[in-house]
Design a protein around this ligand. Structure first.
Ligand code: IDP
Length: 140
């Protein structure tokens, strides 16, 4: 399988509970390498722009509110089949449906406070990495 890069976020519900290290370890143990990482406190505008695809969904306001409620750690992850691998280790969007041992099963609080984000396809990975990082911030 090809070496890929994907975009990941450790969301405010998790950074507030001091889980940055614990979640990063789960990503690394799954075979992913952190090739870029920074801590940001998103503005409302940044959160709305990042999640623009969801702007007409009923949970959009709650989503933006959650993402601007504290720091987020934005990361680029690299590895074989990184996009799918990251989605697998994250677990289902709703932690009630997440498989045992996944980040969301272990750490998420609810569908709204589900601790992590990960790109779902090569196109979104490229867009999302570009939204948060310049080329020189990514060191493979
Ligand atoms: P994903 O994060 O697993 O890719 P998406 O369907 O892309 O899931 O939704 C983006 C984010 O929006 C979710 O991670 C979650 O935080 C939030 N979200 C999705 N559905 C709901 C909901 O029904 N209530 C509250 N928040 C939701």
């Amino acid at each position: 399988m090809a070496i890929e890069r994907t975009f990941s976020m450790i969301k405010p519900d998790a950074t507030k509970r001091n889980l940055t290290g614990a979640i990063t370890k789960m990503l690394e143990d799954a075979g992913l390498r952190v090739v870029a990482s920074k801590r940001v406190w998103m503005s409302k505008r940044e959160a709305e722009g990042f999640y623009a695809v969801h702007k007409d969904r009923p949970f959009f306001g709650e989503l933006v509110e959650g993402m601007t409620s504290g720091p987020t750690v934005v990361q680029v992850l690299e590895g074989e089949g990184a996009i799918l691998k990251n989605r697998e280790i994250m677990g289902a969007t709703n932690p009630a449906n997440a498989a045992e041992g996944t980040i969301r099963k272990v750490h998420a609080l609810s569908i709204g406070e589900n601790s992590v984000h990960g790109s779902d396809a090569p196109e979104t990975a490229a867009q999302e990495i570009k939204y948060w990082f310049s080329d020189t911030e990514i060191v493979g």
